[in-house]
Ligand binder design. Sequence first.
Ligand code: THU
Length: 130
Amino acid sequence: MITKVTDKQLIASAFKALKNSHSPHSKFKVGSALLGKSGKVYLGTNVEFDAYSLTVCAERSSLFNALSNGEKEFTKIAIATSSSRFKFPCGLCRQALVEFNPDLEVILVTRDKKIKHFILKEIIPNYFKL
Ligand code: THU
């Protein structure tokens, strides 16, 4: 039986991932929790390198984690940051996620737990598709 993951649980998972942020350069922490159709949650955090351009965002980390575990369909993502203001996912992450589900529900959370909900395609109109 698949037990339904609540928004509250998904947000808690995003903060759990945020705690593992490896961001020695920006000091900006991001945690992502991607919910698969199976009901499983895949965590991801941002990872920075001394060779700066190797940086990977939390959102794509969670996507790679999910794909590496064989999950390909997603319903929701919670993204927590260490900022007191809402931070939207970058263009690369929008494109990567939208290729899997334009109707993905997105929950943004600030460090003081302010919450914003939207649908991914709303923030990436006319996205590239083969
Ligand atoms: N970052 C994310 O994790 N997600 C985004 O959508 C934008 C930026 C990370 C990358 C880098 O480690 C830090 O935030 C500052 O850019």
